[in-house]
Design a protein around this ligand. Structure first.
Ligand SMILES: Nc1ncnc2c1ncn2[C@@H]1O[C@H](COP(=O)(O)OP(=O)(O)OP(=O)(O)O)[C@@H](O)[C@H]1O
Ligand SMILES: [Mg+2]
Length: 500
């Protein structure tokens, strides 16, 4: 491939205004650059739990024909080279038959004699956020060009930009106003961070204020809470509201990588440190220098890695595996866990001294059952986001569905609420705009929890949504809305006044 062609890819990618177009161009660019036999491009879904196939190359008629079946991430499986590559931010290769025979489904027409080496490249957006992986099938003697990584990096930036444009459209303000003072900018960052964590109830308001406060102090924060309560989102918010917000924000899932890989990911390694270490690797701690590192699922850190991490936190120096020279680093550490660290400490699987270092401040994210007043607002917000993501419009919940949402119990917390709504939107026929109750709970065990429901809170939450829907239908006309709700104007007005 000539320079001229490579510039063409860059131009074409930058000109894309839809994620799927960028994925198609990426598949083609990688395929031609690598002279591969086949290529498939996968992107992470909104929940960051599945890889969705977006484009494949080549197809006889030039079309994109990939099965749209989501591929659940199996980060603990060492052969899952798509997930490993994405999490570790680098290339992996294995014989296609070992890598995962199921990957063959993405290349239905690939002849037997071309099922050789599977190779994966990560798609990593700015700030080291993984957004997907590219899978290539190449001849066993393929020589790979450095340009593949360049094309992947550029595509990741473009795709991430397009996704953000969609996801955060509601946050985009008047961008022409670029002469604002630093102070106003800081305030806006904090506002944006707070807006990441939805929820209008008192508990969530308190958490947002706690985040704004702790963000201002350069101390390590340990974020605890059940699964799906928003720990990762809280960490993002702390970084975004801190003085380090312009510096790198790097995250690592301590439970997602095998121990040795995790160690080299965190501390880096020098060339030749172990079999397969063909290049120097900087490591995440140094990549995060000046910024913030989130140690997600910190309770899963193997004991020997805990010891090394503690040393870094104590002396501010990182020693890459196999290296002699230590490097000074200045990184703010955030850690998140849904495990009871105290129990792990008692059992001897988590070091007390490391816990004390990490918990400079402890932020607890309460389960959804302790803030059910947030459910209607969260449900409305997710519906808006999902409609955009799934190309639907004008959808709303039936009153029965809303009631069911408010009284259901959610062992998976906010993530489960999101997942139920996503499932219901997908299952609602294309011409239908009302989401019915049974679709929200279909296929998932419906946990009825009357014992756990706080009746006044549930009633208030449902009331708030019905009023909002009615006001919307009446274009904000209070008298008309009051009439249709069957209450006097004054009652509706008093309910609309902010409660302290
Ligand atoms: N208050 C909130 N407002 C909007 N979205 C939220 C909120 N809390 C959680 N979410 C969404 O719910 C999902 C789960 O959140 P997150 O990943 O932060 O949870 P977690 O506590 O880290 O879970 P786990 O322990 O399973 O890793 C994400 O998609 C996140 O965007
Ligand atoms: Mg998490």
């Amino acid at each position: 491939m000539t320079e001229q062609r490579s510039d063409d890819w860059a131009g074409k990618l930058r000109g894309c205004d839809a994620v799927s177009d960028a994925a198609v161009i990426l598949a083609q660019a990688v395929g031609e650059t690598a002279q591969a036999w086949a290529v498939a491009v996968f992107l992470l879904d909104y929940l960051q739990e599945n890889l969705l196939p977006y484009a494949s190359w080549p197809n006889a008629d030039g079309s994109v024909a990939v099965p749209r079946q989501p591929l659940p991430l199996q980060t603990r499986k060492e052969q899952d080279i798509l997930a490993l590559s994405m999490r570790a931010g680098r290339q992996f290769s294995l014989p296609l038959s070992t890598a995962a025979p199921e990957l063959l489904q993405f290349f239905p027409g690939l002849p037997e004699d071309r099922r050789s080496i599977a190779m994966t490249f990560p798609l990593v957006a700015m700030r080291n956020a993984p957004i997907g992986s590219v899978l290539l099938v190449v001849p066993s003697d393929a020589v790979l060009s450095r340009r593949i990584t360049d094309v992947c990096d550029l595509a990741a930036m473009v795709i991430d930009g397009l996704v953000r444009q969609k996801k955060y459209a509601h946050l985009v303000r008047d961008l022409s106003d670029d002469v604002e003072s630093l102070k106003t900018r800081r305030q806006r960052e904090q506002g944006a961070a707070a807006r990441l964590l939805m929820g209008s109830g008192a508990v969530m308001r308190e958490i947002r204020s706690e985040i704004s406060t702790v963000a201002g102090y350069d101390v390590p924060v340990l974020i605890t809470g059940e699964t799906g309560t928003g720990k990762e989102l809280a960490a993002t918010a702390i970084h975004a509201a801190s003085a380090r917000s312009e510096a790198p924000y790097v995250t690592v899932n301590c439970g997602a990588l095998p121990a040795q890989l995790l160690e080299s990911e965190l501390f880096g390694h020098v060339r030749g440190a172990f079999t397969g270490a063909v290049n120097d690797h900087t490591g995440l701690l140094r990549q995060a220098n000046g910024g913030t590192l989130l140690l997600d699922e910190v309770g899963e850190l193997p004991l020997d890695v805990q010891v090394k991490l503690l040393r870094v936190l104590e002396d501010g120096k990182v020693r890459p595996l196999g290296g002699i020279e230590p490097y000074a680093v200045d990184v703010r550490i955030l850690a998140a866990t849904n495990r009871e660290l105290q129990q792990a400490i008692d059992r001897g699987t988590f070091r007390l001294d490391l816990y004390q270092r990490l918990a400079g401040y402890e932020l607890h994210m309460p389960p959804l059952r302790e803030r059910i007043e947030d459910i209607p607002g969260l449900a409305a917000y997710f519906l808006t986001v999902l409609q955009r993501e799934l190309n639907r419009e004008d959808m709303s919940f039936s009153a029965e569905a809303l009631h069911a949402l408010t009284v259901a119990s959610y062992p998976g917390n906010v993530r489960e609420l999101l997942r139920r709504i996503r499932q219901a939107v997908i299952k609602t026929a294309p011409h239908e705009t009302t989401i019915h109750r049974h679709l929200l709970f279909e296929g998932l065990p419906e946990t009825k929890g009357p014992a756990r429901v706080n009746l006044p809170q549930a009633v208030a939450a449902l009331e708030a949504v019905l009023i909002e829907q009615c006001l919307h239908a009446c274009a904000g006309n209070i008298s008309q809305a009051a009439k249709s709700l069957g209450v006097p104007d004054s009652t509706l007005r008093s309910k609309l006044r902010p409660q302290q």
